[in-house]
Write a protein that binds this ligand. Sequence first.
Ligand code: ZN
Length: 340
Amino acid sequence: MVEKNICQKCILPQEFPGITFSAEGVCNYCEEYQKEAGQEDLGSYEKQFLEFCASHKTNSEYDCLLAYSGGKDSTYTLYLLREKYGLNVLAYTFDNGFISDAAKVNIKTVTENLDADSIIFSPRIELLKAMFKNAALNDNVYSQAALMRASAICTTCINFIRYNSLKLAVEKRIPLLIFGWAPGQVDARSIILKPQPAFMKKSQDVFVNANKNYLEKYQDIYFLTAEQYSDGHGMPHFVNPLLFNEYDLGKIKAVIESLGWRNPRDTDSNSTNCLLNTFGNYMHQKKHGYNPYVQEISELIRTGIITREEGLERLEKSLDQNIIDECVRKLDIDRGSLGG
Ligand SMILES: [Zn+2]
C-alpha cells in the first residue's frame, strides 16, 4: 500500500469527491482515463465548426461573440478565431471588479492588434461584491457537483458571464458564442453544443435562485427574459475551439506574446486575469479540503500537457496570501467570519 494521500499518477487528493485508489495508489479518474484514451476524433469537431461558420457567414454582422477574459487561453482563442478561421469577432469582457490592471492592458492591446471589436461590461459593483461575499461565506449556494472544478466565487462569475453573454448574442443575432475553455476545464460534450432554450432557461433559473436576494430584481436586465427564451429566437451554438486545437503551452505563450500579451505579475499561478480567483480557491480549499484547480491540473498531467512536478508546483503557488488579503479587504469581509 502507498501511504501518500494523493494519486501517484495525477495529483488528486483523497478529499476529492468520488475518489478511490488502487493498491498502487492510482486514482479511479486516472484508470477511467486510460480506458477512454484515443477514442476522440478532434478533427471531426473542427470540420463541423468550419461548416457551421461557412453556412452562417454574412458581411453585415458579427460571426461570433467571444467571452474574452484577457487570460492566456481566451487570448489564444481570439487569435485562432481571427487568424486561423478569419471570423469577425466581438470580444466581450465581463469586468467583475477584480480584473488585474495588467489583464486590462492585455485586452486593449490584443483586441487592437487582432482588429477585433471589444466591449467591456461592468455590472454595478456593489451587487457583484454582495454575490461574491455570499458565495464565499455561505455553504450550499451551489451543488457539490457544480463545485468540483471551480470555487463558489468562480461559479458565480462563470454563470453570470454565460447567461449575460447569451443575452448579448441573442439580441445581436450572433450565431456563435465562443468560450476559451481549455482541456481539463470542461468535458468533451462541450466542444460544440446547440443548447435547447428550455434547458438554458432552467439552468439560468437555478443560478438566479441560488442568488435570489441579489439577482431577482435585476435578472431581466442581465439575462434573457422568459419571453425571449420562448419566442423562437435562435440560440447561438456554443463552441470551445481550444478543445479541437493543439494545446501546447509553449506555443500558446509564444503566439500571444507576439500579439503584445504580457503575463500579469499580480495574479496567481492558475489565473492570468483575475485576482478574486485566488480568494475563491482559498475558501474552497478551507471548506472542501481540496483546491478546485486540482482536477484541471490533474487532467493536464494525464494528457501530458504538463508534468506531475509542474502540476504540484502550480498547485503550491496558487494561494498567494497578499492577494487573498486584498480580496478580503475589497469585499469588506470580517476576518473573524472566515474562521481559523
Ligand atoms: Zn489520478
